[in-house]
Design a binder for this molecule. Structure first.
Ligand code: NQM
Length: 373
Protein backbone atom coordinates (compact mmCIF):
# COMPACT_ATOMS: atom_id res chain seq x y z
CA UNK A 1 0.00 0.00 0.00
CA UNK A 2 0.97 3.63 -0.37
CA UNK A 3 2.88 4.91 2.67
CA UNK A 4 4.73 7.90 3.96
CA UNK A 5 8.50 7.41 4.35
CA UNK A 6 10.20 10.44 5.87
CA UNK A 7 9.35 13.39 3.68
CA UNK A 8 8.39 11.27 0.67
CA UNK A 9 5.39 9.19 -0.36
CA UNK A 10 6.19 5.62 -1.42
CA UNK A 11 3.97 4.17 -4.16
CA UNK A 12 4.01 0.47 -5.15
CA UNK A 13 4.82 0.00 -8.83
CA UNK A 14 6.05 -2.45 -11.45
CA UNK A 15 8.34 -1.18 -14.18
CA UNK A 16 7.45 -3.05 -17.36
CA UNK A 17 8.45 -3.16 -20.97
CA UNK A 18 5.39 -3.45 -23.18
CA UNK A 19 6.34 -4.07 -26.81
CA UNK A 20 8.74 -1.31 -27.81
CA UNK A 21 7.75 0.97 -24.93
CA UNK A 22 8.54 1.05 -21.24
CA UNK A 23 7.00 2.59 -18.16
CA UNK A 24 5.87 2.21 -14.56
CA UNK A 25 2.55 0.47 -14.01
CA UNK A 26 0.25 1.01 -11.06
CA UNK A 27 -2.85 -0.48 -9.54
CA UNK A 28 -5.56 2.20 -9.50
CA UNK A 29 -5.84 1.89 -5.69
CA UNK A 30 -2.23 3.02 -5.35
CA UNK A 31 -2.70 6.38 -7.08
CA UNK A 32 -4.94 9.35 -6.27
CA UNK A 33 -8.43 9.12 -7.79
CA UNK A 34 -8.57 12.87 -8.40
CA UNK A 35 -7.28 13.33 -11.99
CA UNK A 36 -5.41 16.61 -11.31
CA UNK A 37 -3.62 15.17 -8.31
CA UNK A 38 -2.98 11.88 -10.14
CA UNK A 39 -1.38 13.82 -13.01
CA UNK A 40 0.82 15.81 -10.61
CA UNK A 41 1.95 12.54 -9.03
CA UNK A 42 2.70 10.98 -12.44
CA UNK A 43 4.72 14.05 -13.48
CA UNK A 44 6.77 13.77 -10.28
CA UNK A 45 7.26 10.03 -10.71
CA UNK A 46 8.50 10.40 -14.29
CA UNK A 47 10.54 13.55 -13.68
CA UNK A 48 8.68 15.55 -16.33
CA UNK A 49 9.26 18.03 -17.72
CA UNK A 50 13.00 17.60 -18.14
CA UNK A 51 14.90 16.41 -21.23
CA UNK A 52 16.51 13.52 -19.31
CA UNK A 53 13.76 13.19 -16.67
CA UNK A 54 16.73 13.07 -14.33
CA UNK A 55 14.63 13.56 -11.17
CA UNK A 56 12.29 10.71 -12.06
CA UNK A 57 12.06 7.26 -13.64
CA UNK A 58 11.17 8.37 -17.18
CA UNK A 59 13.62 7.42 -19.90
CA UNK A 60 14.08 10.76 -21.66
CA UNK A 61 11.99 9.85 -24.72
CA UNK A 62 8.22 9.72 -25.36
CA UNK A 63 8.48 5.91 -25.77
CA UNK A 64 9.82 5.65 -22.22
CA UNK A 65 7.59 8.42 -20.77
CA UNK A 66 4.54 6.20 -20.51
CA UNK A 67 2.63 5.14 -17.43
CA UNK A 68 -0.21 2.69 -16.92
CA UNK A 69 -2.99 2.37 -14.36
CA UNK A 70 -4.85 -0.93 -14.14
CA UNK A 71 -7.83 -2.18 -12.14
CA UNK A 72 -10.41 -4.95 -12.28
CA UNK A 73 -13.27 -3.98 -14.58
CA UNK A 74 -16.94 -3.72 -13.72
CA UNK A 75 -17.95 -4.00 -17.36
CA UNK A 76 -19.63 -7.21 -18.51
CA UNK A 77 -17.20 -9.52 -20.23
CA UNK A 78 -14.22 -7.32 -19.41
CA UNK A 79 -11.52 -8.40 -16.96
CA UNK A 80 -9.32 -5.33 -16.67
CA UNK A 81 -9.60 -1.58 -17.19
CA UNK A 82 -6.39 0.04 -18.39
CA UNK A 83 -5.70 3.76 -18.39
CA UNK A 84 -2.72 4.73 -20.49
CA UNK A 85 -0.96 8.01 -19.68
CA UNK A 86 1.45 9.64 -22.12
CA UNK A 87 3.91 12.05 -20.55
CA UNK A 88 6.55 14.12 -22.29
CA UNK A 89 10.13 15.07 -21.64
CA UNK A 90 9.51 18.68 -22.59
CA UNK A 91 5.97 19.43 -21.44
CA UNK A 92 3.70 19.22 -18.43
CA UNK A 93 0.96 17.28 -20.20
CA UNK A 94 -0.37 13.96 -18.97
CA UNK A 95 -2.54 12.66 -21.76
CA UNK A 96 -5.08 9.94 -21.14
CA UNK A 97 -7.10 10.39 -24.32
CA UNK A 98 -5.16 8.30 -26.86
CA UNK A 99 -4.32 4.58 -26.70
CA UNK A 100 -0.99 2.80 -26.62
CA UNK A 101 -0.96 -0.74 -27.96
CA UNK A 102 2.60 -1.29 -26.82
CA UNK A 103 2.04 -0.62 -23.11
CA UNK A 104 -1.19 -2.62 -23.53
CA UNK A 105 1.00 -5.69 -24.10
CA UNK A 106 2.24 -5.42 -20.50
CA UNK A 107 -1.21 -5.09 -18.89
CA UNK A 108 -2.05 -8.77 -18.43
CA UNK A 109 1.45 -9.69 -17.17
CA UNK A 110 1.22 -6.76 -14.74
CA UNK A 111 -2.24 -7.84 -13.59
CA UNK A 112 -0.87 -11.28 -12.72
CA UNK A 113 2.24 -9.86 -11.04
CA UNK A 114 0.22 -7.43 -8.93
CA UNK A 115 -2.49 -9.90 -7.93
CA UNK A 116 -5.33 -8.41 -9.97
CA UNK A 117 -5.61 -11.59 -12.03
CA UNK A 118 -5.16 -15.19 -10.92
CA UNK A 119 -3.79 -17.48 -13.65
CA UNK A 120 -5.46 -20.89 -13.73
CA UNK A 121 -4.16 -22.48 -16.91
CA UNK A 122 -0.96 -22.59 -18.96
CA UNK A 123 -2.42 -19.88 -21.16
CA UNK A 124 -4.20 -16.94 -19.54
CA UNK A 125 -6.65 -14.98 -21.62
CA UNK A 126 -8.06 -11.66 -20.46
CA UNK A 127 -10.24 -8.98 -21.99
CA UNK A 128 -8.83 -5.52 -21.46
CA UNK A 129 -10.72 -2.29 -21.98
CA UNK A 130 -8.89 1.01 -22.31
CA UNK A 131 -10.54 3.81 -20.37
CA UNK A 132 -8.85 6.14 -22.87
CA UNK A 133 -11.25 5.32 -25.72
CA UNK A 134 -13.25 2.24 -24.67
CA UNK A 135 -11.22 0.03 -26.98
CA UNK A 136 -11.47 -3.70 -26.26
CA UNK A 137 -8.59 -6.14 -26.68
CA UNK A 138 -8.49 -9.88 -26.07
CA UNK A 139 -5.01 -10.77 -24.86
CA UNK A 140 -3.32 -14.09 -24.16
CA UNK A 141 -0.09 -14.73 -22.28
CA UNK A 142 1.70 -17.85 -21.08
CA UNK A 143 1.39 -18.72 -17.38
CA UNK A 144 2.98 -22.13 -16.77
CA UNK A 145 3.26 -23.83 -13.40
CA UNK A 146 6.56 -24.00 -11.57
CA UNK A 147 7.08 -25.38 -8.05
CA UNK A 148 3.35 -25.52 -7.47
CA UNK A 149 2.42 -22.04 -8.55
CA UNK A 150 1.79 -20.26 -11.81
CA UNK A 151 3.99 -17.46 -13.02
CA UNK A 152 4.14 -15.19 -16.05
CA UNK A 153 6.48 -16.67 -18.61
CA UNK A 154 8.75 -14.00 -20.07
CA UNK A 155 11.32 -16.09 -21.91
CA UNK A 156 10.53 -17.43 -25.36
CA UNK A 157 11.30 -17.40 -29.04
CA UNK A 158 9.26 -14.43 -30.21
CA UNK A 159 11.36 -11.56 -31.53
CA UNK A 160 9.76 -8.21 -32.30
CA UNK A 161 11.48 -5.51 -34.30
CA UNK A 162 12.87 -2.80 -32.04
CA UNK A 163 13.51 -5.01 -29.00
CA UNK A 164 16.74 -7.00 -28.55
CA UNK A 165 16.52 -10.77 -28.23
CA UNK A 166 13.42 -12.90 -28.00
CA UNK A 167 10.69 -13.41 -25.42
CA UNK A 168 7.37 -15.10 -24.71
CA UNK A 169 4.59 -13.97 -27.04
CA UNK A 170 1.70 -11.73 -25.98
CA UNK A 171 -1.12 -12.17 -28.49
CA UNK A 172 -3.39 -9.17 -28.90
CA UNK A 173 -6.65 -9.14 -30.78
CA UNK A 174 -8.51 -5.88 -31.29
CA UNK A 175 -12.22 -5.75 -32.02
CA UNK A 176 -13.67 -2.24 -31.93
CA UNK A 177 -10.88 0.07 -32.94
CA UNK A 178 -12.59 2.27 -35.58
CA UNK A 179 -12.98 5.92 -34.66
CA UNK A 180 -11.17 5.59 -31.32
CA UNK A 181 -10.78 9.32 -30.72
CA UNK A 182 -12.50 10.88 -33.69
CA UNK A 183 -15.73 8.83 -33.65
CA UNK A 184 -15.28 7.55 -37.21
CA UNK A 185 -12.78 5.48 -39.16
CA UNK A 186 -12.63 8.30 -41.72
CA UNK A 187 -13.34 11.39 -39.61
CA UNK A 188 -13.77 13.69 -42.61
CA UNK A 189 -15.85 11.13 -44.50
CA UNK A 190 -13.19 11.03 -47.21
CA UNK A 191 -10.55 8.47 -48.01
CA UNK A 192 -8.23 11.32 -48.90
CA UNK A 193 -8.19 15.06 -48.29
CA UNK A 194 -6.15 18.05 -49.40
CA UNK A 195 -4.35 20.18 -46.84
CA UNK A 196 -2.99 23.55 -47.92
CA UNK A 197 0.05 24.79 -46.01
CA UNK A 198 2.48 27.55 -46.93
CA UNK A 199 1.28 27.81 -50.54
CA UNK A 200 1.53 24.05 -51.14
CA UNK A 201 -1.23 21.46 -51.19
CA UNK A 202 -0.68 18.04 -49.67
CA UNK A 203 -2.85 15.00 -50.20
CA UNK A 204 -3.36 13.08 -46.99
CA UNK A 205 -5.46 10.26 -45.60
CA UNK A 206 -6.99 11.15 -42.25
CA UNK A 207 -7.92 7.91 -40.52
CA UNK A 208 -8.46 6.46 -37.04
CA UNK A 209 -8.57 2.71 -36.53
CA UNK A 210 -7.29 2.82 -32.95
CA UNK A 211 -4.87 5.72 -33.41
CA UNK A 212 -5.68 8.99 -35.24
CA UNK A 213 -3.20 9.25 -38.13
CA UNK A 214 -2.32 11.66 -40.88
CA UNK A 215 -0.88 9.56 -43.69
CA UNK A 216 1.20 11.38 -46.26
CA UNK A 217 3.64 10.36 -48.97
CA UNK A 218 7.22 10.88 -47.83
CA UNK A 219 8.19 12.21 -51.26
CA UNK A 220 5.49 14.91 -51.03
CA UNK A 221 7.51 16.24 -48.09
CA UNK A 222 10.77 16.15 -49.99
CA UNK A 223 12.22 13.03 -48.32
CA UNK A 224 12.44 9.42 -49.48
CA UNK A 225 10.85 7.87 -46.41
CA UNK A 226 13.81 5.49 -45.99
CA UNK A 227 15.86 7.92 -43.88
CA UNK A 228 17.12 6.95 -40.44
CA UNK A 229 15.43 8.29 -37.31
CA UNK A 230 18.45 10.58 -36.76
CA UNK A 231 18.30 12.00 -40.30
CA UNK A 232 14.61 12.82 -39.99
CA UNK A 233 15.08 14.22 -36.46
CA UNK A 234 17.77 16.60 -37.75
CA UNK A 235 15.56 17.92 -40.55
CA UNK A 236 14.13 21.06 -38.94
CA UNK A 237 12.36 22.20 -42.08
CA UNK A 238 10.60 18.86 -42.44
CA UNK A 239 9.58 18.85 -38.79
CA UNK A 240 8.11 22.31 -39.10
CA UNK A 241 6.07 21.36 -42.17
CA UNK A 242 4.90 18.14 -40.52
CA UNK A 243 3.71 20.12 -37.51
CA UNK A 244 1.85 22.67 -39.65
CA UNK A 245 0.06 19.83 -41.40
CA UNK A 246 -0.72 18.14 -38.08
CA UNK A 247 -2.36 21.23 -36.61
CA UNK A 248 -4.53 21.63 -39.68
CA UNK A 249 -5.35 17.93 -39.80
CA UNK A 250 -6.33 17.97 -36.12
CA UNK A 251 -9.00 20.57 -36.85
CA UNK A 252 -10.24 18.67 -39.90
CA UNK A 253 -10.46 15.46 -37.90
CA UNK A 254 -12.64 17.17 -35.30
CA UNK A 255 -9.91 16.96 -32.64
CA UNK A 256 -9.79 20.74 -32.18
CA UNK A 257 -6.55 22.51 -31.34
CA UNK A 258 -3.99 19.70 -31.07
CA UNK A 259 -1.00 21.93 -30.25
CA UNK A 260 -0.57 20.26 -26.84
CA UNK A 261 -1.92 16.85 -27.86
CA UNK A 262 0.17 13.76 -28.60
CA UNK A 263 -2.11 13.04 -31.59
CA UNK A 264 -2.78 12.83 -34.46
CA UNK A 265 0.44 10.97 -35.22
CA UNK A 266 2.07 11.73 -38.57
CA UNK A 267 2.84 8.74 -40.78
CA UNK A 268 5.09 9.21 -43.79
CA UNK A 269 4.61 6.36 -46.26
CA UNK A 270 6.64 5.04 -49.19
CA UNK A 271 6.74 1.82 -51.21
CA UNK A 272 7.95 -1.26 -49.31
CA UNK A 273 11.62 -2.10 -49.66
CA UNK A 274 12.13 -5.03 -47.28
CA UNK A 275 9.45 -7.50 -48.32
CA UNK A 276 6.63 -5.83 -46.40
CA UNK A 277 3.49 -4.15 -47.71
CA UNK A 278 4.35 -0.52 -46.97
CA UNK A 279 7.24 1.48 -45.53
CA UNK A 280 6.63 4.05 -42.77
CA UNK A 281 8.27 6.73 -40.67
CA UNK A 282 6.20 8.03 -37.74
CA UNK A 283 6.23 11.35 -35.90
CA UNK A 284 4.60 10.80 -32.48
CA UNK A 285 3.89 13.64 -33.01
CA UNK A 286 7.20 15.56 -32.72
CA UNK A 287 9.84 12.95 -32.04
CA UNK A 288 10.42 10.28 -34.67
CA UNK A 289 9.33 6.79 -33.56
CA UNK A 290 12.15 4.22 -33.45
CA UNK A 291 9.67 1.71 -34.90
CA UNK A 292 5.88 2.22 -35.03
CA UNK A 293 3.00 2.24 -32.55
CA UNK A 294 0.81 -0.86 -32.45
CA UNK A 295 -2.46 0.89 -33.18
CA UNK A 296 -0.67 3.20 -35.58
CA UNK A 297 0.39 0.07 -37.50
CA UNK A 298 -3.17 -1.29 -37.42
CA UNK A 299 -4.48 2.05 -38.65
CA UNK A 300 -1.99 2.46 -41.49
CA UNK A 301 -2.60 -1.17 -42.51
CA UNK A 302 -6.33 -0.45 -42.57
CA UNK A 303 -5.70 2.54 -44.83
CA UNK A 304 -3.66 0.30 -47.10
CA UNK A 305 -6.79 -1.81 -47.68
CA UNK A 306 -8.82 1.24 -48.77
CA UNK A 307 -8.86 2.12 -52.44
CA UNK A 308 -7.94 5.74 -53.05
CA UNK A 309 -6.04 6.20 -49.80
CA UNK A 310 -2.53 7.65 -49.79
CA UNK A 311 -1.29 4.38 -48.25
CA UNK A 312 -2.90 2.21 -50.96
CA UNK A 313 -1.19 4.28 -53.66
CA UNK A 314 2.31 3.48 -52.47
CA UNK A 315 1.84 0.12 -50.74
CA UNK A 316 1.00 -3.37 -51.91
CA UNK A 317 -2.04 -4.89 -50.25
CA UNK A 318 -3.22 -8.38 -51.05
CA UNK A 319 -6.77 -9.57 -51.51
CA UNK A 320 -8.93 -11.83 -49.39
CA UNK A 321 -10.78 -11.72 -46.09
CA UNK A 322 -7.70 -12.34 -44.02
CA UNK A 323 -4.48 -10.50 -44.59
CA UNK A 324 -1.17 -10.38 -42.86
CA UNK A 325 0.54 -7.11 -43.67
CA UNK A 326 4.15 -6.21 -42.95
CA UNK A 327 4.46 -2.56 -41.99
CA UNK A 328 8.10 -1.56 -42.43
CA UNK A 329 9.57 0.96 -39.97
CA UNK A 330 13.06 2.17 -38.96
CA UNK A 331 13.94 -0.94 -36.93
CA UNK A 332 12.29 -3.68 -38.96
CA UNK A 333 8.80 -4.91 -39.80
CA UNK A 334 5.63 -4.91 -37.73
CA UNK A 335 3.24 -7.66 -38.76
CA UNK A 336 -0.46 -7.14 -38.29
CA UNK A 337 -3.24 -9.46 -39.37
CA UNK A 338 -6.51 -7.95 -40.50
CA UNK A 339 -9.96 -9.57 -40.76
CA UNK A 340 -12.18 -8.03 -43.42
CA UNK A 341 -15.92 -8.42 -43.96
CA UNK A 342 -17.78 -8.85 -47.28
CA UNK A 343 -17.58 -5.14 -48.03
CA UNK A 344 -13.82 -5.12 -47.51
CA UNK A 345 -14.06 -3.27 -44.21
CA UNK A 346 -11.55 -4.19 -41.51
CA UNK A 347 -13.49 -5.63 -38.55
CA UNK A 348 -10.72 -7.04 -36.36
CA UNK A 349 -6.96 -7.13 -36.16
CA UNK A 350 -4.28 -9.07 -34.40
CA UNK A 351 -0.63 -8.71 -33.57
CA UNK A 352 2.04 -10.31 -31.46
CA UNK A 353 4.06 -8.39 -28.90
CA UNK A 354 6.27 -9.31 -26.00
CA UNK A 355 6.56 -7.78 -22.54
CA UNK A 356 8.78 -8.13 -19.51
CA UNK A 357 8.83 -7.27 -15.84
CA UNK A 358 11.96 -5.16 -15.30
CA UNK A 359 11.70 -4.00 -11.72
CA UNK A 360 9.21 -3.62 -8.90
CA UNK A 361 8.98 -2.02 -5.53
CA UNK A 362 8.18 1.52 -4.52
CA UNK A 363 8.63 4.74 -6.42
CA UNK A 364 8.96 7.92 -4.36
CA UNK A 365 7.48 11.39 -4.77
CA UNK A 366 7.96 14.36 -2.43
CA UNK A 367 5.16 14.44 0.16
CA UNK A 368 4.48 18.01 -0.92
CA UNK A 369 3.23 16.57 -4.23
CA UNK A 370 1.01 13.97 -2.56
CA UNK A 371 0.57 13.05 1.04
CA UNK A 372 -2.07 10.29 1.26
CA UNK A 373 -2.33 10.79 5.02
O1 NQM B 1 -0.11 3.44 -31.52
C1 NQM B 1 3.83 5.51 -29.48
C2 NQM B 1 4.13 3.22 -28.89
C3 NQM B 1 3.23 4.34 -29.30
C4 NQM B 1 1.80 4.16 -29.41
C5 NQM B 1 3.20 6.69 -29.99
C6 NQM B 1 1.28 2.82 -29.70
C7 NQM B 1 0.07 2.68 -30.55
O2 NQM B 1 4.81 2.68 -29.74
O3 NQM B 1 -0.70 1.77 -30.25
O4 NQM B 1 1.78 1.81 -29.26
O5 NQM B 1 2.69 6.65 -31.11
O6 NQM B 1 3.23 7.70 -29.29
O7 NQM B 1 4.15 2.89 -27.71
Amino acid sequence: AVRRVGDQTAIPFHLMRGGTSRGPMFRAVDLPRNPQLRDAVLLAIMGSPHPLQVDGVGGGHPLTSKAAIVECSEYDGVDLDFTFAQLQTDGETVQTSANCGNMLAAVVPFAVESGLLQPEKDVTEAVVRTTNTGLIARITIHTPEFDGHRFVQYSGNTAIAGVPGAASPVEIRFLNTAGSLTGALLPTGNVSDDLAVGGDTYRVTLIDNGQPLVIIRATDLGVSGYESVAELSDNAELKQRVEQLRLLAGERMGLGDVTEASYPKMTLVSPPMAGGALSTRSFIPHRVHESIGVLAAVTVATALMMEGSVAAEVGTAGTGRQQTLGIEHPSGIFETSLDLDDTGAVVASGNTRTARLLSRGEVFVPHTVWDPE
